[in-house]
Design a protein. Structure first.
Length: 291
């Protein structure tokens, strides 16, 4: 009887030890999950919604699985030359404007009276939106998934160099651009507004391929020429092509692109074409052979 009691005590002791091991294991697993979650959200600039959407993408979910997955994009503040939301523009806006060319003989301008097309224009298989090639008012693709994936890869690479990038303005609808452009005209007049803001139907943002990029927590440099002088701005200018982006409106190219220098405005064209344009120090218009 004494022997049985001893074995019974040992058996209970073993069970208690096993339970302790299980509890410790669960605690470690939960701790690891918490750490991974925090790191993942941190890599997405502490944007929980964006982290959730990326998890959906990794699981293969589409816009049909999540109703109106792109709908909130238009409601994101969309500074495109110093404006963040429908309210008075900052007084610092003019500093981003270079000196106006003395002659406009060969200057790219709108074709007055031009009607918007019923189909978007593709040249060499490339979608284009410019002062010469407008988009239909009904063209509404939303933000490009390929461009978003490429931007996320670029942002992850930048983070390794201690730069936290954010795309503060991407897709814009025809209606949003209409309101945005009108407010610029009211502030600066149509001639000046046409140098830094697209008329509705002519905006690259309507393609869903244009990304206005800035550095997290440094909104004072967003959509200003100062961004190109920052370390983060220089990093993007030197590395964006590796991820398929080009600086759409480079310095000194206003007579070709029709828009002033915008160090923050990048267009997704794919890695091969972006690298070619970067090496040639050219523009999309020059690559496509159009003005």
């Amino acid at each position: 009887m004494k022997k049985n009691k001893r074995y019974g005590f040992q058996s209970a002791k073993k069970k208690k030890k096993k339970r302790k091991i299980v509890y410790v294991s669960l605690t470690v697993i939960l701790g690891l999950l918490l750490v991974v979650s925090v790191v993942w959200i941190g890599m997405n600039e502490w944007n929980i919604k964006q982290s959730y959407q990326q998890i959906q993408n990794a699981m293969g979910l589409t816009a049909d699985d999540e109703d109106q997955s792109l709908a909130p994009i238009e409601e994101i503040p969309t500074p495109h030359e110093e404006i963040v939301e429908p309210k008075p523009m900052p007084e610092s806006a003019p500093e981003s404007k270079p000196i106006k060319p003395e002659t406009t003989e060969d200057f790219v301008s709108y074709v007055e009276g031009q009607e918007l097309p019923t189909e978007p224009t593709y040249i060499k298989g490339m979608l284009i939106a410019s002062k010469k090639y407008p988009l239909p008012s009904t063209f509404a693709p939303g933000e490009s998934k390929d461009a978003r994936v490429a931007f996320d890869k670029m942002a992850a690479a930048a983070l390794l160099d201690d730069f936290r990038l954010t795309a503060f303005s991407t897709y814009r609808s025809f209606e949003y651009q209409t309101d945005l452009y009108q407010r610029y005209v009211e502030r600066d007049g149509i001639e000046e507004a046409d140098r830094y803001s697209a008329r509705p139907g002519y905006s690259e943002h309507q393609t869903g391929l244009a990304f206005d990029i800035g550095e997290v927590d440094k909104q004072e440099d967003w959509a200003t020429s100062r961004f190109g002088e920052t370390d983060a701005g220089r990093w993007i200018a030197e590395n964006a092509h590796k991820y398929g982006f080009i600086m759409r409106y480079p310095d000194g190219k206003e007579p070709i692109t029709g828009y002033m220098y915008e160090s923050w405005h990048f267009r997704y064209v794919g890695q091969e074409i972006a690298t070619e344009i970067y090496k040639d120090k050219s523009t999309l218009e020059e690559y496509l052979g159009v003005k």
